[in-house]
Design a protein around this ligand. Structure first.
Ligand code: UD1
Ligand code: CA
Length: 463
């Protein structure tokens, strides 16, 4: 029978060093909160129980995680050891191995967790610490080893002697423990240290004193173990995550011209042979197809971009662009825009809550809001779909192959039928029937001889 596995995620710390109104573990790294990153990796090793320790009033953390974890509340943040003890009512009497991980180490992977478990079992240890060699160990707990290289204890930065502070091997804050040994040792942890806290790390020395086998599994990649305590570290972790995400896409056949200047959230999907130019942001649940050209400075949020789409310096939010359509430069799709196959949206256009049928062209300086447009329509330059009367939004329908002249205002609600025309400069307030042309503007009058009546007309230097 395989041993039961449990995981405790520590997420109750206030994160004072972040200087933020937001709970530390809710700060995002490449579009996902740190605690969600940790949980996503933890889920992949399939623990029997996952318990997250949250602080008093951390409803936001519970809301972000939902039913993916059980929760226990640590009313006062008295230290990491005290935090783990809060899980005792849920886990205390169980047999098995418990992995503890912090909610502020977003770069750790399931593969590393698996290796840690395997090492822990292999060594027959009561406790195994995941360690790494840090180029700059400042701020981390140091791993103190004895003459034979066996782990003696972990000493925190603030409690370290000058020699101990020289140690580069750090505690990543991830451990495997024999579950019952963990909880029994936690009851002996005291807070007589520099920070007056109950340190989880003291459990190591306590178990060592009881003659237990303590192991340390040193991971090769320090970057992966980075903990985030302040905004400098947040940026540093984000940079590592960004590199990881971009490299995975490149390996899957996506061309990224300048990976250091391309910002792709962790859950974004991209098809092969798509090219991504510098300064692009792909956020949230965005899905991009194959053979797309995502041009410089495009921002795409929670949207679906089908195969063969071209975008240039435009912003696309909660919308869909169907195969072969294109947009930009400098246009904006606001939420619920459905851009049909082969549709062209050119420069300085805004589309909101509108469906645009196949091959329709909207080339320049146009606002389309609350509208359903058919196929093969030509929308001229500077057309405004006037959708708001100051109180309510109204809808417009435009049929297939309609021609909308430049600088028209279409005052909703109105139906413009298939194969109809709107003359340039019209303000359309009534339905336009099939095959009709609507002209809704003043007729032109020419005032003959107007020039001669001007006071300056005789002046030789005015021409
Ligand atoms: C901790 C370790 C340190 C290690 C480092 C790795 C201890 C005493 N120190 O230090 O050896 O090198 O992590 O990143 O464990 N938390 C609670 N309740 C509390 C205090 C903390 O839930 O009362 C949570 C925090 O939200 C955080 C995690 O525990 O997710 C770690 O706490 P933090 O204060 O960041 O510890 P470090 O100083 O980084
Ligand atoms: Ca930390």
């Amino acid at each position: 029978m395989t041993e039961s596995k449990f995981t405790i995620i520590l997420a109750a710390g206030k994160g004072t060093r972040m200087k933020s109104k937001l709970y530390k573990v809710l700060h995002k790294v490449c579009g996902k909160s740190m605690v969600d990153h940790v949980l996503t990796q933890v889920e992949q090793i399939h623990p029997d129980d996952i318990v997250t320790v949250v602080g008093h009033g951390a409803e936001a953390v519970e809301a972000a995680i939902g039913d993916r974890s059980q929760f226990v509340v640590q009313e006062d943040q008295l230290g990491t050891g005290h935090a783990v003890l809060q899980a005792e009512p849920l886990l205390g009497d169980k047999d098995g191995v418990t992995m503890i991980v912090s909610g502020d180490t977003p770069l750790l992977t399931a593969a590393t967790f698996d290796k840690l478990f395997a090492y822990h079992q292999d060594k027959g240890a009561k406790a195994t610490i995941l360690t790494a060699s840090a180029p700059d160990p400042t701020g981390y707990g140091r791993i103190v080893r004895g003459d034979l290289g066996t782990v003696q204890k972990i000493v925190e930065q603030k409690d370290a002697s000058t020699e101990e502070a020289q140690i580069h091997e750090i505690n990543t804050g991830v451990y495997c423990f024999d579950n019952k040994a963990l909880f029994s040792a936690l009851h002996e942890v005291k807070n007589d240290n520099a920070q007056g806290e109950y340190y989880l790390t003291d459990v190591i020395e306590i178990l060592k004193g009881r003659g237990a086998v303590i192991a340390a599994y040193k991971m090769a990649d320090f970057d992966e173990s980075q903990g985030v305590n302040d905004r400098v570290a947040l940026a540093s972790a984000t940079k590592v995550m960004r590199k990881r995400i971009n490299e995975a896409h490149m390996r899957d056949g996506v061309t990224i011209i300048d990976p250091e200047n391309t910002y792709i959230d962790v859950d974004v999907k991209i098809g092969s042979d798509t090219i991504i130019e510098p300064g692009v942001h792909l956020e949230g649940k965005t899905v991009i197809g194959e053979d797309c050209m995502i041009g410089s400075d495009t921002v795409i949020i929670d949207s679906t971009i089908e195969n063969g789409v071209t975008t240039r310096s435009s912003t696309i939010e909660s919308s869909i662009m169907r195969a072969g359509s294109d947009i930009g430069p400098n246009s904006h799709l606001r939420p619920q825009s459905d851009i049909g196959e082969g549709v062209h949206i050119g420069n300085f256009c805004e589309v909101k809550k509108a469906t645009i049928g196949k091959n329709t062209k909207i080339g320049h300086l146009t606002y389309v809001g609350d509208a359903t447009l058919g196929e093969d329509i030509n929308v001229g330059c500077g057309v405004v779909f006037v959708n708001y009367d100051g109180v309510k939004k109204w809808h417009t329908n435009v049929g297939d192959k309609a021609f909308i002249g430049s600088n028209s205002n279409i005052v909703a609600p109105v139906d413009v039928a298939d194969h109809s025309f709107i003359a340039a400069g019209s303000t359309v307030t009534k339905d336009v029937p099939f095959h009709a042309m609507a002209i809704a503007r003043q007729r032109q009058t020419n005032k003959e001889g107007f020039w001669d009546r001007l006071p300056l007309a005789d002046s030789k230097d005015w021409n």
